[in-house]
Write a protein that binds this ligand. Structure first.
Ligand code: UD1
Length: 361
């Protein structure tokens, strides 16, 4: 097939989105070049995702590592521009909302390489989040906006971007449903920490981890929950907790290193409920029929709230969390799936092909 696409990824949720895209491209014979910026570099934040989701080794690894927003973003720009010029792709595909996404957009547009943004149109309307700036700027820079939901399409329309937007569905749904059916027993809580039933928790957003008061409040809440809490600890959380002198081993908390994607999906399937500030996990919990409490002031996945499976409340107490999860567990799960039917990657491929010539002109 005459299509040459460069995917740029760098952080854990982008590797998850890349998996179904690579599968669809590879089945269709698309020439697919993968660039890893190196934003995430620990084995269990990066390589394990490539291995278990059967993504080939990246063609390029920029190895940028950690740094301030400016340092991290800046160190990606020059190598990305050079590779885009050398490789002359039909499309550069940017994923999600990380610093790697924004660097991809800035590098591509100035040299007029056609840029498509996957997971376009998500908005939290919270300008304190670095991710919100990354999304808005990338959407406005892109030639093609691949939106996961109707809500995302509406946001793009309000910003005058409807002409570039296509509703393709959510690629994370593709991979979540496939992994849930093949790896439902990838995680064994009794072997791992010897207790059941349990809640599962993740906390990593800067607004929750970067101040000692806020992080202390969250850890205290989780530690007071009425069941053991499997806390899969992102490096940002571990670093902040250490530097603020906050112990992650208290009360109900059972901290563990980040899980592989199949283990994560399996743990969500088995958990009584999920408590998180992750974007992707709120939606995975919905798809796997596990109630979720989101410790933030807003969510990009508003559908999960409207359908009654996700409570978004930055100040939720331990009692409110267990009450919500208990009540939501007994409800009939919504039949409606606003995130597509698991074939979003195929729609992405078809859209890139259909828009290929027009983008070049
Ligand atoms: C990034 C994304 C966020 C995404 C998240 C998923 C931005 C602005 N944020 O946040 O949208 O939801 O990834 O995880 O791009 N670190 C390690 N090892 C690693 C990766 C990170 O130790 O493999 C440390 C870094 O040193 C840094 C901290 O974790 O101090 C945060 O990493 P960073 O890439 O800045 O952002 P995330 O919080 O992971």
């Amino acid at each position: 097939m005459q299509l040459r696409v460069i995917s740029v990824v760098g952080a854990r949720p982008q590797f998850v989105k890349l998996a179904p895209i690579h599968q669809a491209f590879s089945d269709a014979g698309v020439e697919h070049i993968i660039i890893h910026t190196g934003q995430h570099y620990d084995h269990n934040m990066s390589d394990s995702f490539f291995e278990l989701l059967e993504i080939p080794e990246p063609d390029f690894n920029l190895g940028v590592g950690s740094g301030s927003h400016a340092a991290q973003t800046a160190s990606m720009l020059e190598p990305l521009e050079r590779i885009f010029l050398e490789q002359d792709p039909d499309w550069v595909l940017a994923y999600g909302d990380t610093n790697s996404t924004l660097a991809t957009a800035i590098s591509a547009i100035k040299i007029q390489v056609p840029l498509a943004h996957l997971e376009a149109g998500l908005r939290s309307f919270n300008r304190a989040m670095p991710e919100e700036h990354n999304r808005v700027l990338t959407d406005h820079a892109s030639d093609l906006l691949l939106a996961p939901t109707k809500t995302a399409m509406n946001h793009l329309s309000h910003e005058g971007l409807a002409g570039k937007a296509v509703l393709v569905g959510d690629v994370m749904t593709d991979v979540c449903l496939a992994v849930a059916s093949n790896h439902h027993d990838a995680y064994n809580p009794l072997e791992a920490f010897g207790e059941e039933p349990f809640y599962m928790a993740t906390i990593h957003r800067a607004e929750n981890t970067d101040s000692p008061q806020r992080l202390g409040q969250i850890i205290q809440t989780l530690a007071q929950l009425d069941l053991p809490v499997l806390l899969t600890a992102h490096p940002r959380l571990v670093k902040s907790a250490q530097s603020f002198g906050i112990s992650l081993e208290q009360g109900s908390l059972r901290p563990t290193a980040p899980l592989s994607y199949p283990q994560m999906i399996s743990a969500v399937l088995q958990a009584r409920g999920v408590v998180t500030d992750s974007g992707g996990l709120q939606k995975e919990a919905f798809l796997l029929k596990t109630p979720c409490v989101t410790l933030r002031t807003e969510t990009e996945w508003i559908e999960t709230v409207e359908l009654g499976t996700n409570l978004v409340d930055a100040q939720a107490t331990a009692e409110q969390i267990s009450d919500f999860i208990g009540t939501a567990s007994t409800k009939t799960w919504p039949q409606e799936t606003p995130f597509g039917n698991g074939s979003a990657a195929q729609s992405v491929l078809e859209t890139l092909l259909a828009r290929n010539k027009s983008a070049r002109n």
